[in-house]
Design a protein around this ligand. Sequence first.
Ligand SMILES: [Zn+2]
Ligand SMILES: [Zn+2]
Length: 342
Amino acid sequence: MKAVQLVNPARPLELREIEVPKIGPLDLLVRVKAAGICHSDAHYRAGRSKADPLPMALGHEVAGLVESIGGAVDGFKRGDRVCIHYMTTCGGCSYCRAGDDQFCASGAMIGKSRPGGYAEFIAIPARSAFPLPEEIPFEHGAIMMCSSATSLHALKKARLRPGESVAVFGAGGLGFSAIQLAKGLGASEVFAVDIHPGKLEMAKSFGAFPVNASSTDSISEIKKLTGGRGVDVALELIGLPMTMRQAVRCLAIKGRAALAGITEKTLEIAPYDEVLNKEAEIIGVSDHLAQELPLLIAMVQQRKLDLSKAITRTVPLEAKQINQVLDDLESSGENIRTVIRM
Ligand SMILES: [Zn+2]
Ligand SMILES: [Zn+2]
């Protein structure tokens, strides 16, 4: 089969002819129909984040058709449409049994620690495959397995209840989904905080109230818009200590700030005023859970999450074009979402 692999870090990906992977009794072989090209893939190619072992087909946002089925697998038949949870897990360790599968002792990410979807076929444990309804195109089934799933996990970690208000800091890749999912889960109001007019416009088109942090103080604006109360839930999706602190400071009494943006820098908090006095909570968010994916798929099926504007182009399984997309991701901060279509 054809696979576009990372052979040497900091070198272009290469199209290679390799063996179709063998499957074990608990696995599925999936014929890949769509694979999202994610910003993380640019980090793996550059060697800033390590894909191992090499050579490795990248690609952790994958949807396709079941091609063959391991002898001990129930519930799938050849030709089933599926999307793939990017973390393969054992199902038996204490974390998996508790439903915290992102901490699985033997968890492996496809396209990073085991072969991914930049290939004609991928072998995965059947427990990583989720039925993809006919109404959802493969391209959407692929890209929702990464940033959309993490946005939903952030809202779940923040325990958003219907009727509560939400502030989303960062209306980019994660925010695009988070705004729509918050609405879909019954949020009364969603405030989208960003400094890019285009992203704020997009947020507005999904029913969020735009807060332009380049021309206004986002905390006082959110307080003003909520009658001085603040929001019940704030999501930080950027990864800056400044916006993390704003997410905490704009909370109402008993508000929850879920932090999903990544930074190594220190976050300063004034404990009494900003957390203790209002019994606020600061919650860490990492990846997402397999058990959340059926809800995400249902929300896309019900059009509560519209991904039709998310994909800017498609490319074939071809090294030159995929490398070009990764070059573009390296040089641009824009939300460009490209999907490999097979
Ligand atoms: Zn991704
Ligand atoms: Zn496990």
